[in-house]
Write a protein that binds this ligand. Structure first.
Ligand code: HEC
Length: 118
């Protein structure tokens, strides 16, 4: 049975760390503001329509398997979770309440589409 949508899919510290990793490993293709280019999809906007309503684990698994495009499979699970947290944050998804220990992302949680109001 699918898990119900939850608030707080990531921890804010993860997203902060993920911003730096994103800048190094992803921004050259997806853009500093996740805007994408003519050839590379942006990671905001339509992105939510592509991944919303699916388990968050699907997105993490895709990133782990296929990205960064020229060196797929090179992200550690920890870095993967941080980068996905950053992408969720930039798409307006709320962080877990302060004090929640950073850990793996809730892979079973269904990504709400559109993001819930903050
Ligand atoms: C060399 C350029 C390049 C780099 C670096 C790169 N990507 Fe991508 N990314 C792409 C391209 C091109 C696609 C579209 C692939 C496709 O449609 O098969 C894509 C697709 C994606 C998607 C799916 C988007 C959607 O709307 O379905 C996600 C998520 C993603 N990338 C995340 C990342 C993350 C996170 C990183 C850094 C760890 C990263 N990418 C690094 C080129 C890149």
């Amino acid at each position: 049975m699918a898990a119900p949508p939850v608030r707080g899919l990531y921890v804010a510290e993860q997203a902060t760390a993920g911003a730096q990793l994103y800048a190094i490993r992803c921004a050259m293709c997806h853009g500093a503001r996740l805007e994408g280019t003519y050839e590379v999809p942006g990671l905001t906007g339509k992105f939510v329509a592509n991944w919303g309503g699916r388990p968050l684990g699907d997105l993490s698994a895709y990133v782990g398997r296929a990205m960064p495009q020229f060196a797929p499979g090179t992200l550690s699970a920890e870095d993967n979770a941080k980068i996905v947290a950053f992408i969720l944050q930039r798409n307006g998804y709320p962080a877990a309440p302060a004090g929640t220990p950073p850990g793996g992302l809730r892979g079973d949680a269904v990504l709400p589409a559109p993001p819930p109001p903050r």
